[in-house]
Design a protein around this ligand. Structure first.
Ligand SMILES: [Fe+2]
Length: 219
C-alpha cells in the first residue's frame, strides 16, 4: 500500500475577498450611492437588452471617491505582498461604477493591460449577489467528467457570493462575468483596474536574459 499520498496545487489562481467592517461599509456605501446617483443623473442613455449603465472611468481621480480609492490601493498593495512581487508601486488605472437594472448582465471578459482588477460592491439585491470566475485553462475543459460533487478541482466555473462592503481582487487575465439581475432592484458595484506604475521602465525588461520564459520558485 502507499506509505503516504499528497496533492500539490500548482499554479493556483488567487482571488482575494476583503470585507469592510459593517459600520464602515454602511457609511461608505451610503455616500457612494449618493455620489454615483449624482454622476448618473439623468441616466446617460437607453439600455439595450441585458445592458447596464457605466460611469466615466476616472472615479479614482475624483476627490469624493478618495476613501474608496485609498482602500483599493491598500488592497492591491496587500495582494502584491501576498504574491511577494518585487515592484516600485502599483496604480489604479481606471475605476468606474456599474449599475445593473433588472435583466442586466455582464458576459465573460478580462481586463487587458492591467495586473489586478476588482469589484467593490455597493448594493446587491437579494438574488443578484454573485460573480462568476471561469477556468482560464482552455485545455482543462477538453474533458469534463461526471462528478459526484462539483468542487474547485473538477469544475470550470466558480461562483462567489458577494455582499455590500465586499471587495474582490483577481488577476486581470482571469475570465469573469456577472449573471443576469433577475430582481426588480438595481445592482450597484464599482470596478477597477490596477497596473504597475512604472511597468515599461522597470517591470518589462527580461528578468534573466537567456533564461525566459520559465521561472521556478526554489525548493
Ligand atoms: Fe470585469
Amino acid at each position: 500500500m502507499f506509505a503516504s499520498t499528497s496533492v500539490q496545487e500548482f499554479f493556483p489562481t488567487p482571488v482575494w475577498t476583503l470585507d469592510l467592517q459593517p459600520a464602515v461599509a454602511e457609511a461608505l456605501n451610503r455616500q457612494l450611492l449618493s455620489d454615483i446617483k449624482r454622476m448618473t443623473s439623468p441616466r446617460p442613455m437607453e439600455l439595450e437588452l441585458g445592458g447596464f449603465w457605466q460611469t466615466q472611468t476616472d472615479m479614482h481621480t475624483r476627490p469624493e471617491f478618495g476613501q474608496l480609492t485609498s482602500l483599493l490601493q491598500k488592497a492591491c498593495n496587500a495582494a502584491l505582498d501576498f504574491l511577494q512581487i518585487e515592484h516600485r508601486g502599483i496604480s489604479i488605472t481606471a475605476c468606474w461604477a456599474n449599475i445593473g437594472p433588472t435583466g442586466g448582465l455582464h458576459s465573460a471578459h478580462t481586463h487587458p493591460n492591467n495586473y489586478f482588477s476588482g469589484v467593490y460592491y455597493v448594493h446587491t439585491p437579494a438574488g443578484a449577489e454573485s460573480i462568476d470566475f471561469f477556468d482560464p485553462r482552455p485545455a482543462a475543459v477538453a474533458m469534463l467528467a461526471r462528478t459526484r460533487q462539483l468542487n474547485r478541482f473538477n469544475g470550470n466555473r466558480m461562483t462567489v457570493k458577494v455582499q455590500p462592503g465586499r471587495l474582490m481582487i483577481f488577476p486581470s487575465w482571469l475570465l469573469h462575468g456577472v449573471p443576469m439581475n433577475r430582481t426588480n432592484q438595481e445592482r450597484v458595484s464599482i470596478a477597477f483596474n490596477a497596473m504597475f506604475t512604472d511597468f515599461t521602465e522597470v517591470m518589462s525588461p527580461p528578468l534573466k536574459p537567456g533564461n525566459l520564459p520559465f521561472r521556478s520558485p526554489s525548493g
